[in-house]
Write a protein that binds this ligand. Structure first.
Ligand code: SF4
Ligand code: SF4
Length: 408
């Protein structure tokens, strides 16, 4: 009986859960789903690690209607094919993608010596620092916004951060390309500026996050800070004071990024009007869950199957989602009291007094957050889309729901 080699291309990602299989073409985003027994059996064989997505099929198998249809669909989308096995003496070789990232946590934890040197610092990309923040403004996002995204908060106005400790942390990182986000009012920023020498931290980049209403009228103060990116939070785009302030700051030649906090369809429309009116180009819409806008999230934030299909994901993204959570990995938060977190929804993992390497090692070992993988959580663990969906974020934690989708 005639035999064939049947293969699925190495750029096709295969996800199989119980009675469903998903094939995703990482080159063009084409997504195919099958749930018949015959196809599932073939996929199980293809997925066996020693098979490298290539198996032998005999003529009678190929003639089975379901298998025949499956092969034909794959051929049509350039995702797989078969050829006469008599054309090759040996089984063809296919190399499947594998991501070797320096922060492959399992590898590092098995080789702790690797971690003792500076390698461990390579796992750190970003530190968000909350300085003391006295504020006379009243925003409805103040109580919870900072837990969901980078945002100022009155909770952090009780004490100043210990600048000696902070500088000690900076010096430990001075040769690392770490992004430092600073949140605080202009007084706290000035305290930093008084000590800051750009030559000491040439690898670091600094961003200041501030509410639009707390931007000082005297921009010269901020110009002292070399290479400072300014991120401006706008919680109420219909507020006249906010519009006036925006007009004022847009006149200045600064690297400004605007974060519009969106809680409803109305706030989305108001933000869009303002962006259009003031010709704002660098902006982000940041949804905020306020406890009573679940319906807004359902219609505007939750992903549908179509959204997932339309959002192209590379093989590299899939492999990264398999190992780490890019929303959290490499990111630490330091509060004005010196506590270190990976998210305000998780327990504290250290203190500014600790050696920063020991804090990173603790997170890598205990995994409070950096490796919060969708595939470990219900219901996503049983969903074939779990490496295609964006990783779990603080929004899921605020909503106490792991799947922000309309699929399961
Ligand atoms: S400006 Fe920031 S700190 Fe002040 S009330 Fe608004 S959110 Fe809170
Ligand atoms: S959010 Fe979870 S359940 Fe929803 S599609 Fe993604 S992986 Fe599946």
């Amino acid at each position: 009986m005639k035999k064939y080699w049947f293969y699925i291309e190495s750029y096709v990602y295969i996800s199989q859960k119980k009675d469903k299989v998903l094939l995703y073409n990482t080159l063009d985003g084409k997504l195919l789903e099958f749930n018949d027994k015959e196809t599932l059996k073939i996929i199980t064989r293809l997925k066996k690690s020693s098979n490298h997505q290539i198996i032998n099929l005999i003529e009678s198998e190929i003639k089975q209607p379901k298998i025949k249809k499956f092969i034909s669909i794959l051929k049509q989308h350039y995702m797989g094919d078969l050829y006469d096995s008599s054309l090759t003496k040996m089984k063809p070789i296919q190399l499947l993608p594998y991501l070797k990232i320096h922060n492959d946590v399992k590898f590092l934890l098995k080789n702790e010596n690797e971690l003792i040197g500076n390698h461990i610092l390579e796992n750190l990309y970003e530190i968000t620092i909350y300085l003391a923040n006295t504020c006379d403004t009243e925003c409805d996002i103040c109580n919870d916004g900072y837990k969901q995204f980078i945002c100022c908060n009155k909770r952090f106005n009780n004490s100043d951060i210990d600048l000696n400790e902070l500088w000690h942390t900076f010096y430990q990182l001075k040769n690392q390309p770490v992004n430092i986000n600073i949140i605080g009012n202009i007084k706290s920023i000035n305290d930093i500026l008084d000590r800051y020498n750009p030559n000491d931290f040439s690898f670091m980049s600094f961003s200041w996050y501030t509410h639009v209403l707390n931007i000082p009228d005297n921009f010269e103060l901020i110009k002292r800070f070399n290479n400072l990116n300014v991120s401006v939070i706008i919680s109420n785009p219909s507020d006249e004071k906010c519009v006036d302030k925006l007009k004022f700051i847009l006149k200045n030649d600064f690297k400004l990024k605007f974060y519009f906090i969106i809680q409803s369809d109305d706030s989305l429309n108001q933000a869009n009007d303002l962006i259009h009116k003031l010709n704002i180009s660098d902006y982000v819409f940041q949804p905020f869950y306020n406890g009573s806008n679940y319906d807004f999230f359902m219609s505007n934030v939750f992903n549908s199957k179509k959204d997932i299909q339309n959002h192209k994901v590379s093989f590299k993204d899939i492999l990264i989602n398999e190992k780490i959570n890019i929303n959290y990995f490499g990111r630490l938060i330091i509060t004005n009291t010196g506590d270190i977190f990976t998210s305000f929804y998780n327990k504290k993992i250290g203190s500014i007094k600790d050696d920063i390497k020991s804090v990173i090692l603790k997170e890598l070992k205990e995994n409070t957050n950096w490796r919060t993988l969708r595939r470990d959580y219900i219901p996503c663990k049983s969903c074939t889309y779990n490496l295609l969906c964006p990783p779990i974020s603080n929004i899921e934690k605020a909503l106490k729901k792991n799947n922000l989708c309309t699929i399961l």
